[in-house]
Design a protein around this ligand. Sequence first.
Ligand SMILES: Nc1ncnc2c1ncn2[C@@H]1O[C@H](COP(=O)(O)OP(=O)(O)OP(=O)(O)O)[C@@H](O)[C@H]1O
Ligand SMILES: [Mg+2]
Length: 398
Amino acid sequence: MKKNAKFMEAIHKRIAAVRQYRHRAKKNHEKFHEIQDEINRKIKKEYMEANGFEWYYKHVKYSRIFTIIFNIIVWFLIFRYFGVRAAAVGFAVIIGFGGLHQFIFNRSLEKRILKPISQLKKGVDEISKGNYQVTVENEVSSEIKDLVDSFNEMAKKLSEGERLKKAYEENRRMLVANISHDLKTPITAIQGYIETMLEMDEITQDKINKYHHIIYNNAIYMNKLIDDLFLFSKLDMDKLELNLEKIDVSAFMEDVMEEFKYELEDKGIEFYYDNELLQSFNISIDRKRVHQIFRNIIGNAMKYGLRDNLQIKVKLYQQEDYVCIDIHNNGPTIPKDKLQHIFNRFYRIDYARTKDLMSTGLGLAIAKELVEAHKGKIKVESEEIKGTCFTIMFPKNK
Ligand SMILES: Nc1ncnc2c1ncn2[C@@H]1O[C@H](COP(=O)(O)OP(=O)(O)OP(=O)(O)O)[C@@H](O)[C@H]1O
Ligand SMILES: [Mg+2]
């Protein structure tokens, strides 16, 4: 019995809850419709305000013929029953009202249509003269508001396009100037040494060997410059297709670092690799390209780091959503004011010295583009005693 009563009580409670729920749902439903009606009313009002002439055109256009017929009948009746005088007074009143109406209508027409159109015309004239920094003011909400808005949007896009075109032109000009300069130097050297060999009647084998060596080095430099340029221009135009693979970062780094370790220790450089990850992560990378990033940065550490007792240390760790790799070397620091430029293409701090090192000044620009193509980041710090440290960050796979 007790069990039954409890069961009934639960059923009643459930029914009450369902009723309450239905009541609330009904209220919400009514409220929803109220809001919807309100919105519709507002939209209609806005539409009527913004499209007054359209409305006038639509509704008044067809009523004109009836107005004329109605007027003729009224005038006929006035003449017939009240005489000429009453007709003249009526006529004067109507003309007066008509004039007033015309005045108000013309003012509205001028404000809403003629003025914006004349401003639009001025804007179009400016654009045709090549001045894209133009905006047409649009204070009133009129029939041509959309047109004015579209015009302003178009002018904004044209202006942005012009800015990009100028930046691109400037970029291209600089690039051509740099390439010509960097190619001209080795070509002049090759030409000079060949001419010397041709012109000298007596030339020792030693000298010939030396000149051959110089010519060979310059040819290698040109080859490297052209390879780097080719890769850089592909990256610059977003034309490089990455062969992305999902890889385990710890395993990948282990392999790559072992390869560098043999190479560097062969050259008498101390090399350390440290994996500080507590667990391994997957990252999506193009192995060949990431290898190239390491080669460019470790290559720099070898070229510009300490001459004797050079140490290169690589550390793998995690920072928020990124897997980070520090590549550190001891040696002369990069001056603070130069740090911001070293990722720029063709930038070399000591041009005279780097020329002997077969430097094109493209290594870090390529590394940066490649890291960014992987949606990663690259940064550098260089401090006295501590040395120089490049940090590459790749996003972890989710
Ligand atoms: N680890 C470093 N220590 C000191 N200076 C560096 C280091 N790495 C780069 N730099 C400076 O930054 C400049 C730009 O480096 P980047 O790798 O872009 O060009 P590069 O080494 O001169 O030429 P490339 O790499 O194309 O052969 C270098 O010329 C050098 O002056
Ligand atoms: Mg370099």
